[in-house]
Ligand binder design. Structure first.
Ligand code: GTP
Ligand code: MG
Length: 361
């Protein structure tokens, strides 16, 4: 990986591509935090210790994907009844017990700040892009990459599959054991060859043979399948060291399957459920979730800004950071922070090369 650089803090909204990048230090990735690789460590206890849960119920809960206190504390009663095959009163008691044991409720702002210090950042491969993101792609949150075709959404997603596996001091998530990545591919555009190309610059820092093995690829053939894969990812994240989940692309199937105004409500309801699964997974497991999204592509359309992401307010509310990608000259692309609770609206230029995402010289 090239030495990490930092741009000056003078936030500029307009891109001057020829502008040089100033030397500096990158934000720290190596603070002492719980290992993303072992999401279970976030729990202070086991579900077996909850009052009223015997071995048979514990087994049933595990089989239904509720193996941790966090998963029980954050499920709705209706969901536990449906998925866990338990009665309403029992489900309610179990959820309450899990919440009590985790001290769920209000927390003070300084505690939130402390939690945010546990957040990790994954390098994008480009120092100026990392800088735009305030140090890299955040764990514990959903980041949405949107833009027209060939703007680099899939390429950036591939790059992050590699970068997440780097040691922390190099901008990845790894401490001891391997970090796994889940790639939900709705368009069939995942290419392991590209992953190998992108691994080259970190050959000394990555176990090249393991990089592909650590990426679990799920080809989603329709929106229901996509939703099932996300639920499977959430379940697997309770036992597997998953640090990054990618959904490329979030909306394509939903858009293709629910055509016409009459189906919009159903589509949004399903999408809402899907996004909720992803959001919860990000927050509970402190992992990074990346969604790619399309823009309204017809300038002659009657409703919608042609440069806005599709999916409406449901997607907008779930993504903590929304990034708009657009083309520039040749291999150059421009990324703009379109919506973030923390980052200023700003843009930067990066390049897509054979070796992956890099800074523009
Ligand atoms: P859609 O999925 O169609 O919406 O587009 P996208 O935003 O996902 O685009 P993607 O990330 O697939 O970017 C495609 C672009 O990446 C191509 O037009 C190339 O410019 C670049 N690219 C892809 N593969 C390579 C490669 O092997 N070498 C180089 N130099 N560039 C590549
Ligand atoms: Mg793509």
């Amino acid at each position: 990986m090239p030495p990490r650089k930092k741009k000056s803090n003078n936030a500029k909204n307009e891109i001057v591509e020829e502008e040089g990048v100033l030397e500096g230090t990158m934000s720290e990735n190596s603070t002492s935090v719980p290992n993303v690789a072992t999401n279970n460590e976030a729990s202070t206890g086991s579900i077996d210790d909850l009052p009223g849960i015997g071995p048979a119920t514990a087994k049933k809960l595990r089989e239904s994907g509720f193996g941790t206190l966090e998963s029980l504390a954050t499920v709705s009663i209706g969901q536990l009844v449906a998925v866990g095959n338990l009665g309403e009163a029992t489900s309610s008691k179990i959820i309450q017990a899990a919440r009590d044991s985790l001290n769920f409720g209000f927390v003070s702002a300084d505690e939130i700040l402390e939690r945010r210090r546990n957040m990790l950042k994954i390098t994008t491969g480009s120092a100026s892009l990392d800088d735009l993101f305030g140090g890299g792609i955040e764990t514990g949150a959903v980041t949405e990459l949107y833009g027209e075709f060939r703007t680099g959404k899939t390429q950036l997603a591939h790059q992050l599959c590699v970068a997440a596996q780097l040691p922390r001091e190099l901008g990845g998530l790894r401490v001891d054991g391997p970090i796994k990545v889940i790639y939900i591919d709705t368009e069939g555009t995942f290419r392991p060859e590209r992953i190998l190309n992108m691994t080259k610059r970190w050959e000394g820092d990555l176990d090249v043979k393991q990089v592909l093995k650590n990426i679990m690829h799920g080809r989603a053939y329709n929106s229901d399948h996509q939703m099932v894969l996300a639920e499977k990812a959430a379940q697997d994240s309770q036992t597997e060291p998953i640090g990054l989940v990618i959904v490329d692309s979030l909306i394509a199937h939903f858009r293709a399957e629910y055509i016409g105004r009459g189906t919009l409500a159903t589509r949004q309801q399903k999408l809402n459920q899907h996004i909720h699964t992803l959001l919860k997974m990000a927050e509970v497991g402190n992992m990074a979730v990346i969604l790619t999204n399309q823009v309204h592509s017809k300038p002659d359309m009657f409703f919608g800004d042609p440069t806005l992401p599709v999916g409406g307010h449901i997607v907008a509310h779930a993504s903590q950071t929304r990034v708009y990608l657009r083309k520039s000259k040749g291999e150059r692309r421009i990324a703009r922070i379109a919506d973030s609770p923390l980052l200023p609206e700003n843009e930067t230029v990066f390049a897509i090369t054979g070796d992956g995402i890099i800074d523009v010289n």
